[in-house]
Structures are given as C-alpha cells and as structure tokens.
Ligand binder design. Structure first.
Ligand SMILES: Cc1ncc(COP(=O)(O)O)c(C=O)c1O
Length: 437
C-alpha cells in the first residue's frame, strides 16, 4: 500500500474496488486536477472520455434542478408563459458563444437530431448525392442512409487519408472530400471534429470550396463549442451547423442547437410538429415558434446552457478561452507522452488536434479487426474492458476505417490531471505486454 502522505503528494487516492478485485491489490488511481471536485464523477475512476457524453459540473446540475422545480411548481404557467422567454435567453447565450444571430438557432436535445432535421428539410430528389466521409459519426450516417433510401438519393462516402500525411495534412483532407463531388452532389455532411479520430477538420476551407460548387454544407459540430477557441459560425458561413452543448460546454445531457442560415428558415420545420405549428405568433418567426416547443418534454437541460457557459467561464482567470487552451495543451502533452512511449507516430499534426486525440496501438492479438463488438463484449475491444475492470480507467479503444491497428482516443477536460495520462500509459504498457504473453 502506498503510505497516505506519499499518496497525497503524488496525487494518488486509495482505490478499494481494485483491492477487492485482487488483480492489483496495491494499486491506487491518480486524482484529477484541483477542479475535479466541481464534477460528480465516481470516486477513484480515472475518467478520460469526456468526448463521448460530456460531463456536467455540480453547479450546472443545480441550475437544472432549479428549472425542473420551477416547471413542476406551476407547469401550465411554465409552458404557456415562461418557456418562450427562457428559450430566447438560451438562444442569446449560445449565439454569443458561437457567434451567430440568436434567431437562427433551434434548440434541440442532441446533434444527431440536428443532423436528421436538417436532412429532412432540404428537399432531396431522386439521384441527388449526399457527400460524407468515413470518419463521420455512425448515428448521423444512419440518418443519411435512411433518407437517401427513402428518396432514391445516393450516399457517396469518401475515404479520408489516415493517418494523415505529415505535410499538407489539411490539404489532403480537402482533396479527398472534393474528389467525391459530382454534378449531382446536393449536400455535404462534415464533422467539425471527427469522433473516431479526433481530427479538427478544415471546415472553413471546405465550406469555401463547396459553396461555389452549389453544394449545401451541413456541419456536425458535436464537439466544437467549448473545444475550439474562437468558433464563429458567422465566419464559417455554412448552411446548417449543429452542435452539442452537453459535450464541451458541459451543460446537462440533452442540450444542443442547430443553426440554420436565414434564407433557409422560412420553410424549415421540426421533425415533429407540435400545437405551435398552427399557432403563428404575431411578430415572431414561425421557425422560432415551432422550435420553441416540440411537445411536452423536460427542457431543463437546454435552459441550463447559459449556466454552463457561466460556470465554465469562471474556472480560470482567462475565462472559457483559457479552459479551451488548457485542455488542448493537456491533450497534446498526453498524446506526445503516449505516442513516444508506445512508438507510434502522431496520426495528425498538432494544428488538427483539439481536446480529443487518437493514437495508434498495436493490432489485437486474436487478429480480430478493431471495433468489432462480439456479443459477449461490453465494449468494442477487450483492452478497454481490462482498463476499466483492472485499472478503473474509462477511455475508448476502437478502430478507424482503413487501419488494422486499434485506436486509443483520449479526452482532456479541466478536471483531468497529467498524472492520469501517465497512469493510463503504465496501464496500457502492462496490458499490451500481458497480451503478448
Ligand atoms: C462527431 C459527432 N457527431 C454526432 C455525435 C452524436 O451526439 P449525440 O449523441 O449527442 O447526438 C457525436 C457523439 O459523440 C459525435 O462525436
């Protein structure tokens, strides 16, 4: 057992679960940063996967509880009199954060819905092509495929270079996507930050390439707000931009937005029509009225976005920008540490990394391709299960199309400490060695 004083100095905390498991009876897990207590993570868990579902500080969860209490205290007043104004306050806060006009925003539960509703609103015709790439998020691709099948449109999926070439990496991505364009391409779906591979895509340049070709752009910015410092939807100027706030803005789960370019708002409608569809309000655009209320639901997550922006902005003296810079810096340091130790070259230049980063690990010993999900497996790869069960580390191990190696994707949020990545490295080394035996 590590003595208590030494544990305190090294940032380690006793991990009873591990002692009970008998696997590593003397192991303790490293603590997160000095800000970790603002979150409610399970004690002892080394949480290195903010990217998948985000994480919400206590203070923001309290703000959400207050909205719920207000709703339950007088539900009729809440929905009839108060909800619209509260939705506008949230639109205002989001618009200020991502730089766009407040009335171009629909508030939604998640980015998957944002992609689905945008696709549904573009009047595709048989033979039209929807351009995607092989690093897009599966749920979004499912929505693309379904609408294409229904309409008789074609999904054109291009392969991104992977790992990216050391030189001209951004250009190689742009070239790959533009190669998929044809005279029939109607819309392109592009992640701002790719999920499996953590690439910050050159979306500004891509939009500038696609627009003059008459191609609509649907940007899936699921990870971008709160990760990409200086994000400006106005400057990017896409047709549609959807993003989660529950990832890197750290609002409660179920809070996202969809930006729709002004000229496209007139006939733009939700997937589900509520009472408001037949109740135009004088002086209020139908786009707003319809998206204000899409049936009875718990809107408290969306309404808590302003509280999340405020809470995250108050952590460091430099505001939210300082948090984003800190997270990116921690990601790059952790990536360099792990890549160096396992002998992997970076999959992308630093300029294309935000606060998630993918790294190549050796292929599976059993020869199975990465990211297959056997029915007996809780996660995509047994290595991920061992990291959870033996080491109490939550971090994804999966595959990226086109490579046989497994991919480790780390996230860095202000609650993480560098020691947690050193601990991850020792766990990975140990488990990879054990695999070889
Ligand atoms: C790039 C990307 N798009 C879309 C999503 C879907 O997010 P949600 O499940 O919140 O809709 C994710 C989630 O990880 C993602 O990484």
């Amino acid at each position: 057992m590590v003595p208590a004083t030494e544990m305190a100095r090294s940032g380690l905390q006793a991990q009873p679960g591990l002692q009970q498991s008998g696997m590593h009876s003397s192991r303790s897990t490293p603590k997160g940063s000095e800000f970790a207590d603002k979150w409610t993570h399970e004690p002892g868990m080394v949480f290195l996967n903010h990217g998948s579902f985000g994480g919400c500080p206590r203070e923001v969860l309290d703000a959400q509880s207050a909205f719920r209490a207000r709703m339950e205290a007088e539900p009729v007043r809440f929905f009839v009199e108060e909800l619209q104004g509260l939705m506008d306050e949230t639109r205002d806060a989001v618009a200020g954060f991502v730089d766009c006009d407040w009335d171009d925003l629909a508030l939604l539960p998640n980015a998957t819905t944002g992609v689905a509703v945008a696709l549904e609103n573009i009047a595709l015709k048989p033979g039209d092509e929807i351009l995607v790439n092989d690093h897009e998020y599966p749920a979004c691709l499912n929505n693309v495929r379904r609408i294409a099948q229904r309409i008789g449109a074609k999904v054109v999926k291009v392969t991104l270079p992977w790992p990216l070439p050391r030189d001209n990496a951004e250009q190689s991505v742009i070239d790959a996507i533009i190669r998929g364009v044809s005279a029939r391409t109607r819309i392109a779906l592009i992640s701002h930050v790719t999920s499996p591979s953590g690439l910050v895509m050159p979306v500004e340049r891509l939009i500038a390439e696609l627009k003059p070709r008459g191609i609509l752009t649907l940007i899936d910015g699921a990870h971008a707000p709160g990760m990409i410092d200086g994000l400006s939807v106005r400057r990017l100027d896409p047709d549609f931009y959807t993003a989660n706030c529950h990832k890197w803005i750290c609002s409660p789960k179920g809070s996202a937005f969809l930006y729709v370019r002004k000229e496209r708002r007139d006939r733009f409608r939700p997937l589900v029509l509520s009472n408001n569809a037949e109740l135009p309000k004088p002086g209020r655009h139908q786009f707003l009225t319809e998206f204000d209320y899409i049936g009875t639901s718990d809107y408290s997550a969306v309404l808590s976005i302003p509280a999340a922006i405020k809470a995250m902005s108050a952590i460091l003296p430099g505001g939210f920008s300082a948090v984003m810079r800190h997270n990116r810096d921690l990601t790059l340091r952790a990536r360099a540490l792990i890549n160096h130790a396992v002998g992997s070259a970076p999959v992308a230049p630093d300029e294309m990394i935000g606060s998630i980063a993918a790294m190549l690990l050796p292929s599976r010993r059993d020869g199975a391709p990465p990211s297959t999900r056997p029915p007996t497996s809780r996660y995509g790869d047994p290595l991920q299960e061992r990291l959870i069960d033996r080491w109490k580390i939550q971090v994804p191990i999966w595959g990226v199309p086109g490579t046989p190696q497994r991919v480790l994707r780390i996230s860095a949020q202000i609650y993480n400490s560098f020691q947690q990545y050193e601990y991850l490295l020792s766990a990975i080394r140990h488990e990879l060695e054990a695999e070889q035996r």
